[in-house]
Design a protein around this ligand. Structure first.
Ligand SMILES: [Zn+2]
Length: 288
Protein backbone atom coordinates (compact mmCIF):
# COMPACT_ATOMS: atom_id res chain seq x y z
CA UNK A 1 0.00 0.00 0.00
CA UNK A 2 3.02 2.26 0.26
CA UNK A 3 3.10 3.27 -3.36
CA UNK A 4 -0.59 4.14 -3.50
CA UNK A 5 -0.14 6.64 -0.70
CA UNK A 6 2.99 8.31 -1.97
CA UNK A 7 3.48 11.90 -3.07
CA UNK A 8 0.02 12.25 -4.58
CA UNK A 9 -1.60 11.53 -1.24
CA UNK A 10 0.72 14.00 0.39
CA UNK A 11 -0.11 16.65 -2.19
CA UNK A 12 -3.84 16.25 -1.73
CA UNK A 13 -3.52 16.56 1.98
CA UNK A 14 -1.11 19.47 1.77
CA UNK A 15 -3.65 21.51 -0.15
CA UNK A 16 -5.57 21.78 3.14
CA UNK A 17 -2.85 23.39 5.15
CA UNK A 18 -5.26 26.08 6.27
CA UNK A 19 -4.40 29.10 8.38
CA UNK A 20 -0.99 27.75 9.39
CA UNK A 21 0.04 27.08 5.81
CA UNK A 22 3.02 29.27 5.10
CA UNK A 23 2.74 28.66 1.40
CA UNK A 24 0.06 27.92 -1.12
CA UNK A 25 0.54 24.39 -2.41
CA UNK A 26 -0.56 25.41 -5.88
CA UNK A 27 2.31 27.89 -5.94
CA UNK A 28 4.95 25.20 -5.88
CA UNK A 29 6.53 24.26 -9.15
CA UNK A 30 5.73 21.09 -11.04
CA UNK A 31 9.36 20.09 -10.64
CA UNK A 32 9.04 20.43 -6.90
CA UNK A 33 5.95 18.23 -6.91
CA UNK A 34 7.65 15.59 -9.02
CA UNK A 35 10.60 15.77 -6.66
CA UNK A 36 8.32 15.09 -3.73
CA UNK A 37 6.75 12.07 -5.46
CA UNK A 38 10.13 10.64 -6.26
CA UNK A 39 11.20 11.03 -2.66
CA UNK A 40 8.28 9.12 -1.26
CA UNK A 41 9.92 5.79 -2.13
CA UNK A 42 8.07 2.77 -0.91
CA UNK A 43 7.16 4.05 2.53
CA UNK A 44 3.91 5.74 3.41
CA UNK A 45 4.17 9.48 3.96
CA UNK A 46 3.11 9.85 7.59
CA UNK A 47 2.95 13.64 7.24
CA UNK A 48 0.11 13.71 4.71
CA UNK A 49 -2.50 16.08 6.12
CA UNK A 50 -0.39 17.04 9.16
CA UNK A 51 -0.68 20.65 10.36
CA UNK A 52 1.31 20.38 13.58
CA UNK A 53 4.01 17.91 14.60
CA UNK A 54 6.06 17.44 17.74
CA UNK A 55 9.66 16.26 17.74
CA UNK A 56 10.91 14.78 21.01
CA UNK A 57 14.69 14.75 21.34
CA UNK A 58 17.19 14.09 24.12
CA UNK A 59 19.89 16.76 23.78
CA UNK A 60 20.57 20.04 22.01
CA UNK A 61 21.95 19.24 18.51
CA UNK A 62 19.94 16.02 18.07
CA UNK A 63 17.10 17.97 16.45
CA UNK A 64 19.48 19.18 13.72
CA UNK A 65 21.83 16.20 13.41
CA UNK A 66 19.12 13.58 13.12
CA UNK A 67 16.15 15.51 11.76
CA UNK A 68 17.21 18.98 10.57
CA UNK A 69 16.48 18.35 6.90
CA UNK A 70 13.11 16.85 7.75
CA UNK A 71 12.17 19.82 9.95
CA UNK A 72 13.07 22.24 7.16
CA UNK A 73 11.02 20.18 4.69
CA UNK A 74 8.01 20.27 7.00
CA UNK A 75 8.30 23.99 7.69
CA UNK A 76 8.50 24.66 3.94
CA UNK A 77 5.17 22.89 3.63
CA UNK A 78 3.51 25.07 6.24
CA UNK A 79 3.60 22.49 9.02
CA UNK A 80 4.05 23.89 12.53
CA UNK A 81 6.98 22.13 14.17
CA UNK A 82 7.26 21.95 17.95
CA UNK A 83 10.36 20.66 19.68
CA UNK A 84 10.64 19.11 23.12
CA UNK A 85 14.20 18.53 24.35
CA UNK A 86 14.72 16.44 27.46
CA UNK A 87 18.08 17.77 28.68
CA UNK A 88 20.45 20.66 28.07
CA UNK A 89 23.37 18.50 27.00
CA UNK A 90 25.17 19.10 30.29
CA UNK A 91 27.52 16.14 29.90
CA UNK A 92 28.28 16.43 26.25
CA UNK A 93 31.88 17.17 25.38
CA UNK A 94 33.06 20.55 24.11
CA UNK A 95 34.90 21.05 20.83
CA UNK A 96 38.63 21.49 21.51
CA UNK A 97 38.82 25.13 20.38
CA UNK A 98 36.20 26.20 22.94
CA UNK A 99 37.19 24.01 25.89
CA UNK A 100 38.96 26.81 27.75
CA UNK A 101 35.94 29.06 27.50
CA UNK A 102 33.11 26.59 27.96
CA UNK A 103 34.54 23.29 29.13
CA UNK A 104 35.26 23.79 32.80
CA UNK A 105 32.10 25.36 34.13
CA UNK A 106 29.06 23.14 33.74
CA UNK A 107 26.59 25.89 34.67
CA UNK A 108 28.09 28.19 32.04
CA UNK A 109 28.09 25.40 29.48
CA UNK A 110 24.44 24.69 30.18
CA UNK A 111 23.59 28.33 29.52
CA UNK A 112 25.56 28.30 26.28
CA UNK A 113 23.81 25.15 25.10
CA UNK A 114 20.39 26.63 25.84
CA UNK A 115 21.36 29.59 23.68
CA UNK A 116 22.73 27.33 20.95
CA UNK A 117 19.54 25.31 20.78
CA UNK A 118 17.45 28.47 20.59
CA UNK A 119 19.52 29.65 17.62
CA UNK A 120 19.31 26.28 15.88
CA UNK A 121 15.55 26.21 16.40
CA UNK A 122 15.26 29.64 14.78
CA UNK A 123 17.43 28.53 11.88
CA UNK A 124 15.18 25.53 11.30
CA UNK A 125 11.96 27.54 11.55
CA UNK A 126 10.70 25.70 14.62
CA UNK A 127 7.50 27.22 15.99
CA UNK A 128 8.15 26.54 19.67
CA UNK A 129 10.97 24.81 21.54
CA UNK A 130 10.64 23.68 25.16
CA UNK A 131 12.48 21.66 27.75
CA UNK A 132 11.08 18.63 29.49
CA UNK A 133 10.19 19.19 33.13
CA UNK A 134 9.22 22.84 32.75
CA UNK A 135 5.63 23.94 32.07
CA UNK A 136 3.97 23.36 29.70
CA UNK A 137 6.04 20.16 29.51
CA UNK A 138 5.54 19.22 33.15
CA UNK A 139 2.77 17.12 34.70
CA UNK A 140 0.31 19.54 36.27
CA UNK A 141 0.63 18.50 39.89
CA UNK A 142 4.44 18.44 40.02
CA UNK A 143 6.93 21.29 40.61
CA UNK A 144 9.24 22.09 37.69
CA UNK A 145 12.47 20.08 37.46
CA UNK A 146 15.47 19.71 35.21
CA UNK A 147 16.40 16.36 33.74
CA UNK A 148 20.14 16.13 33.27
CA UNK A 149 22.08 14.57 30.44
CA UNK A 150 22.87 11.00 31.54
CA UNK A 151 26.13 10.79 29.65
CA UNK A 152 27.23 7.81 27.57
CA UNK A 153 30.23 5.71 26.66
CA UNK A 154 31.05 3.90 23.47
CA UNK A 155 30.47 0.15 23.67
CA UNK A 156 31.56 -0.35 20.07
CA UNK A 157 32.87 2.33 17.68
CA UNK A 158 29.30 3.12 16.65
CA UNK A 159 27.05 1.99 19.52
CA UNK A 160 26.67 3.92 22.78
CA UNK A 161 25.75 2.58 26.19
CA UNK A 162 25.20 3.84 29.74
CA UNK A 163 27.87 5.16 32.10
CA UNK A 164 28.18 4.15 35.75
CA UNK A 165 28.13 7.68 37.15
CA UNK A 166 24.96 9.20 35.73
CA UNK A 167 23.96 12.04 38.10
CA UNK A 168 21.04 11.53 40.45
CA UNK A 169 18.95 13.98 38.42
CA UNK A 170 19.83 12.25 35.14
CA UNK A 171 17.01 11.58 32.73
CA UNK A 172 17.61 7.84 32.81
CA UNK A 173 17.40 7.75 36.61
CA UNK A 174 13.99 9.44 36.64
CA UNK A 175 10.84 7.34 36.97
CA UNK A 176 9.65 6.38 33.49
CA UNK A 177 6.09 7.29 34.44
CA UNK A 178 7.13 10.81 35.49
CA UNK A 179 8.96 11.44 32.23
CA UNK A 180 6.07 10.06 30.18
CA UNK A 181 3.62 12.26 32.14
CA UNK A 182 5.71 15.34 31.35
CA UNK A 183 5.87 14.48 27.66
CA UNK A 184 2.12 13.88 27.74
CA UNK A 185 1.52 17.32 29.26
CA UNK A 186 3.27 18.92 26.29
CA UNK A 187 1.55 16.63 23.78
CA UNK A 188 -1.78 17.75 25.20
CA UNK A 189 -0.66 21.40 25.13
CA UNK A 190 0.44 21.24 21.49
CA UNK A 191 -2.18 18.77 20.21
CA UNK A 192 0.08 17.59 17.36
CA UNK A 193 -0.98 15.36 14.50
CA UNK A 194 2.18 13.28 15.00
CA UNK A 195 4.83 12.72 17.65
CA UNK A 196 8.31 12.00 16.23
CA UNK A 197 11.31 10.57 18.06
CA UNK A 198 14.08 7.99 17.73
CA UNK A 199 13.76 4.34 16.86
CA UNK A 200 13.82 1.75 19.63
CA UNK A 201 17.63 1.74 19.62
CA UNK A 202 17.71 5.49 20.20
CA UNK A 203 19.44 5.91 16.86
CA UNK A 204 22.93 4.92 18.00
CA UNK A 205 22.12 3.62 21.46
CA UNK A 206 22.54 6.68 23.69
CA UNK A 207 20.69 5.83 26.91
CA UNK A 208 18.90 9.20 26.94
CA UNK A 209 17.68 8.65 23.38
CA UNK A 210 16.27 5.23 24.21
CA UNK A 211 14.68 6.51 27.40
CA UNK A 212 12.97 9.53 25.84
CA UNK A 213 11.82 7.47 22.85
CA UNK A 214 10.03 5.09 25.24
CA UNK A 215 8.45 8.01 27.11
CA UNK A 216 7.39 9.74 23.88
CA UNK A 217 5.86 6.53 22.57
CA UNK A 218 3.97 5.97 25.84
CA UNK A 219 2.72 9.57 25.87
CA UNK A 220 1.62 9.43 22.25
CA UNK A 221 -0.29 6.21 22.92
CA UNK A 222 -2.04 7.75 25.93
CA UNK A 223 -2.94 10.84 23.93
CA UNK A 224 -4.03 8.81 20.90
CA UNK A 225 -1.52 10.58 18.62
CA UNK A 226 0.33 8.54 15.96
CA UNK A 227 4.03 7.99 16.65
CA UNK A 228 6.71 8.23 13.99
CA UNK A 229 10.28 7.03 14.45
CA UNK A 230 13.41 8.35 12.78
CA UNK A 231 15.12 5.53 10.89
CA UNK A 232 17.89 5.06 8.39
CA UNK A 233 16.75 5.86 4.85
CA UNK A 234 17.27 2.23 3.80
CA UNK A 235 15.19 0.82 6.66
CA UNK A 236 12.22 -1.34 5.68
CA UNK A 237 9.10 0.73 5.09
CA UNK A 238 10.90 4.06 5.51
CA UNK A 239 9.46 7.21 3.97
CA UNK A 240 12.51 9.16 2.93
CA UNK A 241 12.81 12.93 2.77
CA UNK A 242 15.79 13.99 0.68
CA UNK A 243 17.18 17.18 2.14
CA UNK A 244 20.20 17.53 -0.13
CA UNK A 245 18.86 20.81 -1.53
CA UNK A 246 18.56 22.13 2.04
CA UNK A 247 22.16 21.34 2.96
CA UNK A 248 23.05 25.00 3.39
CA UNK A 249 20.18 25.56 5.82
CA UNK A 250 21.05 22.39 7.74
CA UNK A 251 24.64 23.65 8.01
CA UNK A 252 23.41 27.00 9.36
CA UNK A 253 21.48 25.20 12.10
CA UNK A 254 24.43 22.90 12.83
CA UNK A 255 26.76 25.88 13.21
CA UNK A 256 24.52 27.16 16.01
CA UNK A 257 25.81 24.22 18.08
CA UNK A 258 29.33 25.59 18.16
CA UNK A 259 30.35 23.94 21.46
CA UNK A 260 29.32 20.51 20.19
CA UNK A 261 30.49 20.30 16.62
CA UNK A 262 32.02 22.00 13.64
CA UNK A 263 30.96 21.93 10.02
CA UNK A 264 33.70 21.08 7.53
CA UNK A 265 32.50 21.02 3.94
CA UNK A 266 29.83 18.34 3.76
CA UNK A 267 30.90 16.77 7.04
CA UNK A 268 30.10 17.37 10.66
CA UNK A 269 32.99 16.92 13.07
CA UNK A 270 31.95 16.08 16.61
CA UNK A 271 33.67 17.31 19.76
CA UNK A 272 35.63 14.07 20.08
CA UNK A 273 36.91 14.35 16.52
CA UNK A 274 34.52 11.83 14.94
CA UNK A 275 33.64 12.90 11.44
CA UNK A 276 30.53 11.95 9.51
CA UNK A 277 28.74 13.24 6.43
CA UNK A 278 25.89 15.64 7.19
CA UNK A 279 22.66 13.76 6.69
CA UNK A 280 21.04 14.61 3.39
CA UNK A 281 18.22 12.09 3.69
CA UNK A 282 16.02 11.41 6.69
CA UNK A 283 13.94 8.25 6.98
CA UNK A 284 10.76 8.04 9.03
CA UNK A 285 8.36 5.23 9.74
CA UNK A 286 4.99 5.14 11.45
CA UNK A 287 5.02 2.81 14.46
CA UNK A 288 1.84 0.75 14.37
ZN1 LIG B 1 21.64 13.11 21.78
Amino acid sequence: MGVALDGRGALRASAHLGPHGARDRAGLSAAHRLDERALAGLGVNPFAGAHTVLFVHAHPDDETLSSGGLILWLVERGVRVHLLTATRGERGEVVPALRDRAGGDRAALTGIRIDELARAARALGITDARYLGEPPARAEDLPPRRYLDSGMRWITPTVAGPVDDAPVDALTRAPEAEVAADVLAYVQHVAPDLVISYDDQGGYGHPDHRFIRAAALAASRTAGVPFVELVEPDAAGAFVVDSSDRLGAVKDALRAHATQLTVDGGDVVHSGGQREPIRTAVGVRLVP
